[in-house]
Design a protein around this ligand. Structure first.
Ligand code: DC
Length: 231
């Protein structure tokens, strides 16, 4: 049994990655890491500094004078920007849109991928993102590519936004998801594609619990965990 189990959960926005990755980490006593939060932290800095996120040269200059990190807090890993915990500031629509742009810049990815690898050095992790199974941890023994119909992803994202107190409409959310899908899939570096050895799970008609059970049984079949879902 490996001492440091790494499970990669990739997929498009709204497929249910965060809910499932967090629950899986909780069940297995692994650390849950949201790699998207690191791109969002850089995007936040661009927004706050008035740097245009679709200007790669300005974004490179910005990331070179930024310090993104993780800090353990309340049993969770929070993302930091220049030493401050910014976890509560990175989910605004403006930051979401800026993140889709800054994550296209290879120099940004290089720096943040090094950080994502670093945080998994000490402990086993469930890491969610877009390129965890393809680029960040190509040797991960279990890679999941979680998908769902775009309309279902928009509906879930709308629920999240409304639960967070934001006013959003279904058609605006569906447009935003479509635009992010396009930016994520079309970029030259680390485009959103499943790893050749990823297991694809379509969560459109599955509850989070059903997805979790499916992943646990895959992990058990591969001898990564015990039958009852413990390490
Ligand atoms: O998962 P998320 O919505 O928080 O991700 C924010 C942005 O960062 C999104 O546009 C995709 C990008 N991202 C990425 O390019 N690679 C990752 N591993 C994670 C997120």
């Amino acid at each position: 049994m490996p001492k440091r189990l790494i499970i990669a959960i990739d997929g498009p926005a709204g497929a249910g990655k965060s809910t499932v990755a967090r629950a899986l980490a909780g069940r297995l006593g692994l650390t849950y890491i949201d790699s998207g939060a690191t791109y969002r932290a850089v995007a936040l800095k661009a927004v706050e500094s008035g740097v245009s996120p679709d200007d790669p040269a300005a974004v490179i200059e910005l990331v070179n004078r930024s310090k993104v990190g993780f800090v353990a807090k309340d049993g969770d890993w929070h993302v930091t920007l220049d030493g401050c915990d910014v976890t509560g500031l990175i989910r605004t629509p403006e930051v979401t849109q800026a993140a889709a742009w800054v994550s296209r810049v290879p120099e940004v990815r290089q720096k943040l991928i090094a950080l994502q690898r670093e945080v998994a050095r000490e402990a086993g992790v469930v890491m969610e993102g877009r390129d965890i199974g393809t680029v960040v941890f190509p040797d991960a023994p279990l890679k999941i590519f979680l998908e769902a119909d775009p309309s279902e992803r928009a509906r879930r994202r709308l629920d999240q936004e409304q639960a967070g107190g934001r006013r959003a409409g279904l058609s605006a959310t569906a447009d935003e998801i479509r635009q992010r899908d396009r930016l994520d899939a079309e970029r030259k570096v680390s485009p959103l594609v499943p790893a050749a050895d990823a297991v694809r799970i379509d969560s459109t008609d599955l509850s989070a619990e059903e997805v979790l059970e499916r992943i646990l049984s895959l992990a058990a079949d591969r001898g990564l965990i015990r039958e009852r879902g413990t390490l």
